[in-house]
Design a binder for this molecule. Structure first.
Ligand SMILES: Cc1cc2nc3c(=O)[nH]c(=O)nc-3n(C[C@H](O)[C@H](O)[C@H](O)COP(=O)(O)O)c2cc1C
Length: 160
């Protein structure tokens, strides 16, 4: 996946070398600008079995800051924020591989370097006994849960 482009970033930013797929390095830029989750929105995406985005609804496009055409065909880790501990996504994939539903709080990275928090549910799409892909639906998280996760994820990132 391509590095982020500093020209897309709005405001002062910090540079990080993020490890994806446990061994690929991506340069990302983060700012402190939070986009609050708009009331009543549902952010929906679907992926194939490898986590490549196959569908993105309008709320997803708007909140991520990307064009729809920039999202479709990309791996979902295009939104991976360096503040998210790798263990959270290991738990996500372990759960999906057991064909179970995963729920959790995720801090996502926007194209412009800003971020937004979501409460996400991810489910395997099973047809005729085969997993065809995954669907994720996100809604507004409570501020209390976000504050708990900020602390928890910082601790998890230190002890990984
Ligand atoms: C349906 C679905 C939705 C996902 N949504 C997100 C997301 O919003 N943000 C995110 O960082 N990872 C999301 N992931 C997890 C990514 O695929 C990936 O595991 C994660 O970003 C960590 O990157 P890595 O596995 O390359 O280390 C999603 C995965 C699936 C299957």
């Amino acid at each position: 996946m391509l590095d982020m482009n500093p020209e897309d970033i709005k405001g002062e930013y910090t540079e990080h070398n993020l490890t994806l797929y446990e061994d690929i390095c991506r340069k990302v830029f983060t700012t402190e600008l939070e986009s609050p989750f708009p009331k009543g929105y549902l952010i929906v995406s679907r992926t194939d079995t490898n986590g490549i985005i196959t569908h993105a609804n309008d709320s997803f496009v708007e909140m991520s800051g990307y064009e729809k055409s920039e999202l479709i065909g990309q791996p979902h880790n295009i939104l991976r924020h360096p503040d998210m501990p790798a263990a959270a996504f290991k738990d996500l994939w372990d759960t999906l591989n057991r064909r179970e539903k995963w729920r959790g709080y995720v801090k996502n990275l926007r194209k412009d370097g800003g971020f937004y928090w979501v409460y996400a549910i991810v489910i395997p799409n099973i047809r005729n006994g085969e997993v065809e892909g995954f669907t994720s639906v996100r809604r507004e998280p409570s501020r209390k849960k976000i504050d708990e996760c900020i602390k928890l994820y910082a601790e998890m990132s230190q002890t990984k």
